[in-house]
Design a protein around this ligand. Structure first.
Ligand SMILES: [Fe+2]
Length: 422
């Protein structure tokens, strides 16, 4: 589960068969299914959880704590689930499952400080000779990176890989550092060097291909991005929604550069479960569905989708769910800005997207994933006569990393201050 090699499902099924009275494999399977953020898997997760509950009366306290945390996930109360894992970890800092899952749900709900703090609380309790130590170090590396501690993150990620090269989360953490620092050539080299370890039989490969494509995009190599999409982020390569999100996010970035992505976006949507329960399930996924619809030129469908998400996410029954606040604070305002851009009202889109940036962390995902908000704002500003606003946002980028070909593209699209005054 920590390495992403294969899926843990076969092992969990084997554990259930070997010891039918053991609750934990059922809890773990439920948690794994929920971690895929697919509403279509909720019922199966619920069935495993109720089976686990029936078996858990004599289970150790730690296993029951896992059960309660996954139950909270099932109810959409992600923060409460993470709080449960925190309590467990205070007593058992070497519970790798709690560390792994709590970080995943910190990530999904945008709790940036916790991404670093939780592994930091546990790491000194681990022996470096423990075979899971590099995986925990990788969690810490990613937490450091998301908290902008780039040199420390890179050091931790490289240390994890020196101990074990088959830790894709560590490869990923260092790739994020390079992304955030505008080191797109270093990043491409880094991923190529480690490719034999992450690209084969690994459930995380799709996301690392996404990162590789981001480095091509930073170089403004549109053909290179398309090639990576064709080979690794389309068709049968896309098995789950999380992979569709990455493909969508790339196509949207190309769309912002003026590329025609209608056909691949329509193909993505064709295999995507966007049935009624999906709307308003998770704001991050909802936003990506809108991007795919707009990329495919399906404005009406996107308008209806956002209306359904609003209805679902803001309903009274949703009030205890983590997604309620995520949708209200970020997801819905962001989607409304995107709809404005789709309608051709680029100036209004830029005005609506600018305030979303301040709360963007609450959408979940990484800084690199949420960068699509800034990129969309830059495109809206360039098209909608909001060049001073666009340049202000672009200035943040210029101060954060060297001038890359992508940044230069937006600089040219937005013009200089003197041009605007003329
Ligand atoms: Fe990533």
């Amino acid at each position: 589960m920590m390495s992403f090699y294969d899926t843990p499902l076969a092992d969990l099924d084997a554990a259930m068969q070997a010891d039918p009275a053991w609750a934990l494999p059922h809890t773990m399977k439920a948690g794994f299914l929920l971690s895929l953020t697919e509403p279509g898997l909720r019922d199966e997760a619920a069935a495993h959880l109720s089976h686990a509950r029936a078996l858990a009366t004599t289970a150790p306290a730690r296993e029951r704590q896992h059960l309660e945390a996954v139950q909270l996930l099932l109810e959409g109360r992600w923060q409460a689930a993470c709080n449960g894992w925190d309590q467990l970890l205070t007593e058992h800092p070497r519970d790798a499952l709690a560390l792994q899952w709590a970080q995943l749900w910190d990530f999904y709900r945008g709790d940036t400080p916790a991404l670093r703090q939780r592994p930091a609380r546990a790491l000194p309790e681990w022996d470096e000779s423990d075979p899971l130590h590099p995986y925990v170090l990788a969690l810490y590396a990613f937490g450091l990176e998301e908290n902008n501690l780039y040199p420390e993150a890179e050091e931790a990620g490289r240390r994890a890989l020196a101990a074990n090269p088959r830790v894709p989360w560590a490869v990923h953490a260092v790739a994020h550092v390079m992304e955030m620092q505008g080191r797109f050539e270093d990043g491409a080299t880094w991923l190529r060097q480690h490719q034999p370890h992450w690209a084969v039989d690994n459930g995380f490969a799709c996301h690392l291909w996404w990162h590789k494509a981001l480095f091509r995009l930073e170089a403004l190599d549109v053909a290179g991005v398309m090639r990576l999409i064709d080979h690794h982020l389309s068709g049968p390569a896309l098995q789950i929604t999380l992979q569709r999100l990455d493909a969508t996010a790339l196509l949207w970035r190309l769309h912002l550069l003026g590329e025609d992505v209608a056909a691949p976006c329509a193909a993505l949507l064709a295999g995507w479960d966007l049935s009624a329960p999906a709307a308003g399930y998770y704001a991050f996924n909802d936003v990506h569905a809108v991007l795919a619809m707009l990329g495919a030129g399906q404005q009406q469908r996107a308008e209806h989708w956002v209306a359904r998400c609003a209805e679902q996410a803001l309903s009274a029954t949703d009030a205890g769910r983590s997604n309620h606040a995520m949708a209200r604070g970020v997801g819905l305002p962001l989607m409304r800005g995107l709809l404005a851009l789709g309608r051709g009202d680029a100036g209004s889109a830029a005005d609506q997207l600018f305030p979303v940036r301040a709360a963007a962390r609450g959408l979940g995902g990484s800084h690199a994933q949420r960068d699509l908000i800034d990129l969309t704002l830059l495109a809206a500003a360039a098209r909608g006569g909001r060049s001073t606003l666009g340049r202000a946002v672009l200035n943040e980028r210029r101060m954060a990393k060297p001038l890359t070909p992508l940044t230069r593209h937006w600089l040219e699209a937005l013009g200089s201050r003197s041009e605007a005054r003329a």
